[in-house]
Design a protein around this ligand. Structure first.
Ligand code: G6P
Length: 474
């Protein structure tokens, strides 16, 4: 069997440096990492990722050739790249998270932003250098004719760079985000837009979470590059090469999720939450505090629901878990503050001595999230736009009797929309009405839909999702 390499910005583990100079290791977070970790290890893939923190850099410097597994860590085969911090910061925070993420999630508040100036050019050069560092490391590590699975918008340029170095390799790229429509993608400077597309077209297979995002990518290739697109065969031909465009709707390993959610720490969180909320019905949301997750509109919808339905006062609680994310970016810090302000307004308006209408949790706690899933009556997932959204898939598995209120702009809506209460994420009133509908849906109907949702959510678990892409490279 040909060797497999995986490349992503964030790796399966991260390190923290404590004051006495010792390093402690923990598992990485986020959808990409949770989807890939078990798969990469089981397949014996070598994972190449970036050092993200001083702790990571400390660990890499002590590991021969950056190979953490060879330094005795239980990581699976892993090489971490020690990219100069300033270069990394510009590539990750400025280009990947403040530019590409914003473009693909339609987050810019035009007419004021974006503006691409001399500073952006320096940031873009760093993004190129950071991609180059990955391409060089992969070229160095990959055995002859290996298969290289490059992940996400951080590494868009890697496939073309790697092909230049190592034409023997089979290269796939996978986008875990949505892809912007051409008229929005065209906000980017022309040369940057072209280089991003040509970077991905350096792969043999470009994968997306839904057909919609893959089609948007093909539309961008046609309008920006003048590439020739075959929508039926789902191929893009440009500069004499053809890339296949695949749809692989990442799902959840239901068995593994249940195994984790049945552990004692989750059970004790369930007991604690029950003690806190009594027998009230629960509306649950679980997100990273991420601009695209639309948490503020979700809270306003809950407030509108309470205003319209006094009969629910005292009988329902909203558990809103909004975990910290990307706090290096000012927009994210401001958004976190906006979420907290909005939650406080709801508390001030509705809380009574013996009723908490809203419980907002802002620190990360995975077992507590699993407990909340298991207790949910209604799960609210209302992103402005989302590549897939695994919360929408995990919830129905752990709580098959709950109703799902789901944004039609989440990739998950392509598979789950039919059985969920689907909403336009900008329409706060429609979201409020859907919350009410979820709470009042007859139990039989909720569990009928819940069963269908859970079946759809487990249709393509990570191992099969990955295997499909390897097959596509054959
Ligand atoms: C989510 C997205 C991925 C992305 C990841 C990055 O999981 O679905 O597309 O790669 O976030 O998050 P980070 O915390 O590493 O910036």
């Amino acid at each position: 069997m040909k060797a497999i390499l995986v490349a992503s910005n964030r790796g399966p583990v991260s390190f923290t440096l404590s004051e006495d100079g010792s390093l402690s290791m923990r598992r990485g977070g986020g959808g990409l990492v949770s989807g890939l970790s078990a798969v990469a290890r089981d397949m014996g893939a070598l994972w190449v990722c970036a050092a993200l923190s001083d702790g990571d850099r400390g660990a890499v410097r002590l590991a021969p050739g950056g190979r953490l597994d060879q330094a005795g860590y239980d990581t699976g085969a892993l090489r971490m790249l020690d990219i100069p911090p300033a270069t990394f910061h510009r590539a990750y925070n400025a280009v990947a998270n403040s530019t590409l993420w914003f473009v693909h999630h339609l987050l810019y508040d035009t007419p004021n932003r974006p503006h691409f100036d001399a500073r952006f050019r320096r940031e873009w050069e760093s993004y190129q250098a950071y991609n180059e560092a990955f391409a060089m490391a992969l070229a160095e590590e990959a055995p002859h004719e290996a298969r290289v699975m490059v992940q996400d918008y951080h590494l868009s340029l890697v496939p073309a760079m790697l092909r230049g170095e190592r034409p023997d390799l089979r290269v796939a790229h996978f986008s875990h985000t949505p892809w912007a429509p051409p008229e929005y993608f065209a906000l980017l400077p022309d040369d940057v837009a072209a280089e991003l597309l040509e970077g991905i077209l350096g792969s043999d297979h470009a994968g997306f979470l839904t057909e919609r995002w893959g089609t948007a990518f093909m539309d961008c290739c046609r309008t920006v590059l003048g590439a020739s697109v075959d929508p039926g065969a789902r191929t893009v031909t440009h500069a004499g090469r053809t890339t296949r465009i695949g749809t692989h709707s990442l799902g959840v390993d239901g068995k593994a999720l249940w195994a984790r959610a049945g552990e004692p720490d989750v059970e004790s969180h369930m007991a604690a939450l029950r003690a806190q909320v009594g027998d009230r019905r629960l509306i649950v949301r679980i997100d990273r505090t991420e601009l695209s997750k639309n948490i503020v509109r979700g809270l306003i919808a809950y407030r509108e629901f309470l205003a319209a339905h006094p009969e629910w006062h005292g009988r329902v609680t909203h558990l809103a878990f909004a975990y910290p994310s990307r706090h290096d970016l000012p927009e994210y810090r401001e958004y976190t503050a906006a979420v907290q302000r909005c939650a406080k307004e709801i508390e001030d308006e509705y809380a009574t001595e013996d009723w908490d209408p809203l419980i907002l949790n802002v620190d990360d706690d995975y077992p507590r999230s699993l407990a909340a899933y298991r207790l949910a009556d209604v799960l609210l997932v209302n992103p402005i736009r989302d590549g897939m959204n695994l919360v929408a898939k995990e919830g129905p598995i752990l709580s098959p009797g709950s109703a799902l209120v789901l944004s039609r702009e989440a990739g998950a809506a392509a598979e789950l929309g039919e059985h969920a209460l689907t909403v336009n994420p900008y329409d706060v009133s429609a979201t409020a009405a859907a919350l009410h509908e979820g709470l009042t849906m007859p139990e039989g109907e909720r569990s009928r839909r819940g069963g269908l949702l859970a079946a759809a959510a487990t249709a393509l678990p990570p191992h099969r999702w990955f295997a499909e892409q390897l097959d596509a490279l054959a």
